[in-house]
Write a protein that binds this ligand. Structure first.
Ligand code: 6GU
Length: 218
């Protein structure tokens, strides 16, 4: 079973997604487990502060080292092998190859540290195993990237998607096969017709057509 521990100040922003659809089913089936750690519980002083102003000046607040190190160490005390993932716009672009690698390690434990505010103290990187970015734009925090990483990994765990080897054949499954165009009933919707070949019953020709109309990721 693959475990995810999400360190965040905004559990309520993440939790509904994990309680729905395939993520919920994966947890129900015991194939994945999702846990939360509230970074605030490791905050400093009476206000449980987790951030402070940057040395050298400048706008914004940065996540401090102490709450983050203490939160991660509390999780690693139980599982020293757990890997730490940090969502950051300057990370490695998240890709299917990495999702496959994560999903293949069936008893892995991934700690996802969701940054917030304007950034984090650089020394936090000393306890990070993977810096992950979703792409060339900036989000307010690590919650959406955390969900993206989790979803893309969990759907690849054998047994999560329906009976039909779905993850195998679906879009992005092996990193470079994009889905071919698909249609369901009706065969003619407002004059937009399903390609004849798909109605032909000729499975050899259908397979060829699909191969010819599949995209490539990279
Ligand atoms: Cl992982 N974090 C933030 N804050 N912004 C992003 C991102 C991550 N990936 C793309 N933009």
């Amino acid at each position: 079973m693959i475990k995810f521990t999400i360190i965040t100040l905004f559990q309520e922003a993440i939790e509904p997604y994990l309680k729905a659809s395939m993520m919920w089913k994966a947890a129900e089936k015991g194939l994945a487990e999702f846990n939360f750690v509230n970074l605030r519980d490791f905050g400093l002083g009476p206000h449980k502060s987790v951030d402070d102003t940057p040395y050298g000046g400048g706008d914004g607040m940065l996540l401090r080292c102490e709450p983050v190190f203490n939160a991660i160490e509390s999780i690693k005390a139980v599982n020293p092998e757990a890997k730490v993932i940090l969502p950051t716009p300057v990370g490695e672009i998240w890709a299917q190859a990495r999702a496959r690698e994560f999903a293949a390690d069936t008893d892995a434990h991934y700690i996802i540290l969701c940054p917030h505010y304007e950034g984090y103290d650089e020394r936090i990187l000393s306890i990070v195993d993977y810096k992950v970015s979703l792409g060339k734009y900036v989000l307010t925090g690590g919650e959406l990237p955390a969900l993206t990483v989790i979803d893309s990994v969990v759907r690849l765990i054998p047994g999560v998607l329906g009976g039909e080897q779905s993850a195998e054949i679906e879009s992005f499954s092996d990193g470079d096969n994009l889905e071919y165009p698909q249609y369901t009933k009706p065969a003619d919707f407002r004059g937009m017709k399903v390609p004849d070949i798909l109605l032909s019953g000729n499975h050899g020709e259908i397979a060829k057509w699909r191969a010819a109309h599949s995209g490539k990721v990279e």
